[in-house]
Design a protein around this ligand. Structure first.
Ligand SMILES: [Zn+2]
Length: 433
């Protein structure tokens, strides 16, 4: 009885949440915060709406701990990215339930996890759950655009509202099957986004007489080639080490890891390859504004992702060595973001493992480091929170989900939504009990 009604409850809550257009920019997350407040207050939970700007509220609620046990934060963002209705089979803000799936923008990223978090804490409150440490639920604004209205601002201006020992956020939860072996992926670390520019320097001149000038664009082409071919020495960090030990039964050398993972499954190789070193992808270039003027300057922007723990000071000498000393250029780092990790030796990791084992006998949890970044890094930096990205999915294949996130026809199977809800209830009962 309880299980069926929670399934219906979370489905309806998610549909309603999708129907609120919180496209960011501009966000307008207050409508989602108020909608969740009405739902949570009906379960007897007191809610706080905390906003830097009235239309961009964050919602926080908690079941107060009775002792000094660890606190757990169930975190999610309520804003979504733009949806173009002409690309969709259903209106993107319909929240329609069709053939066992809930459709609409945010169904995967991440109103599903927000709805599941709200139902998890509401249902536990109704059941009289008395945690030892605080169980906290936060539905925050402004993750997709990240301009200071959401978790970043809460950590700084209202730290007591969101400080927690442990946090479950977005980031992973995919079910992988390699042969007969099943794994659920949990992200415990994030690479650091550290973009930089290379400014190739030359001398301008009339394009009809190339000999009198020194073409910066041609120099940039050479520098692009050098940085694109740069493959730093691979290294195995802790997430990949645990992944390989779980999947291969051993930890091979960094040089052979990708090859051995590929022998198990190409997906395993694709998963670990970008996690063995920093990556460098030149993505943008500017040069002359006129066809007949040879540019004196050409600027290349490189998307660079460092491993957790690596710093720009650490990789810059390698980059300069690769670019060489024969061409004049300047290197400038842009703003770095993310690059944090949480330990795997924690009660939250044990909760992930026990949930996976209960859900699918024989299945195992494996950690990963995500190439992008989520709001988890704000918590790790501000409070040393152990934050994982985990919202398990076993009905929708990960390769299908990957094509729907930030894209058309985003949807989630009700079965996966219910599984995610069970996971969050399990995490609350095991970690802060
Ligand atoms: Zn997201």
């Amino acid at each position: 009885m309880a299980a069926t009604s929670l399934r219906t409850e979370v489905t309806e809550l998610l549909s309603g949440l999708i129907r609120l257009d919180t496209t960011n920019p501009p966000g307008n997350e207050t409508i989602a915060a108020e909608y969740l407040r009405a739902y949570l207050e009906a379960a007897g939970l007191e809610c706080e709406l905390i906003a830097r700007s009235p239309e961009r509220a964050n919602l926080v609620t908690r079941i107060k701990g009775t002792g000094d046990g660890p606190s757990l934060l169930l975190l999610g963002h309520t804003d979504v990215v733009l949806a173009d209705p002409s690309e969709w089979q259903v209106p993107p803000f319909s929240g329609e339930v069709r053939d066992g799936e809930i459709w609409g923008r945010g169904a995967l990223d991440m109103k599903s996890q927000v709805a599941a978090g709200a139902v998890a804490i509401a249902s536990l409150a109704r059941e009289g759950f008395r945690p030892s440490g605080d169980l906290i639920f936060a539905a925050t604004a402004d993750e997709e655009n990240g301009v200071g209205f959401g978790l970043e601002w809460l950590c700084e201006a209202h730290p007591d509202a969101v400080r927690a020992d442990f946090c479950v956020n977005e980031g992973a939860g995919e079910r992988l099957q390699f042969g007969d072996d099943v794994y659920y992926v949990c992200s415990s670390a994030e690479k650091k986004s550290s973009p930089f520019t290379i400014r190739a320097l030359g001398r301008s001149g009339h394009a009809s007489m190339p000999g009198i000038a020194d073409n910066a664009l041609v120099k940039a082409a050479v520098l692009i080639q050098r940085i694109a071919e740069f493959k730093p020495e691979p290294q195995i960090q802790q997430e990949v080490e645990t992944f390989l030990r779980t999947v291969l039964g051993e930890v091979p050398s960094a040089a052979t890891a990708v090859e051995l993972a590929r022998a198990v499954d190409p997906v395993a190789a694709d998963l670990i390859e970008p996690l063995l070193s920093a990556t460098f992808s030149p993505t943008m270039i500017t040069a002359s504004q006129k066809r007949n003027v040879i540019p004196a300057v050409s600027e290349v922007t490189v998307d660079c992702r460092l491993l957790p723990g690596q710093t720009t000071e650490h990789v810059e000498p390698m980059i300069r060595a690769v670019l060489g000393g024969d061409l004049a250029y300047e290197l400038e780092w842009l703003e770095s973001k993310g690059g944090t990790r949480s330990s795997l030796d924690t009660p939250l990791w044990e909760a992930v493992e026990s949930f996976v084992a209960d859900t699918e006998p024989g299945a195992r949890a494996v950690p990963t480091c995500v190439a992008g970044f989520t709001d988890s890094h704000w918590l790790r930096e501000a409070f040393g929170t152990v934050a994982y990205g985990f919202f398990p999915a076993r009905t929708m294949p990960p390769e299908v989900a990957a094509t729907l996130i930030h894209s058309a026809d985003e949807r989630i199977p009700v079965d996966d939504l219910e599984l995610g809800l069970e996971w969050l209830r399990h995490a609350a009962r095991t970690v802060c009990a």
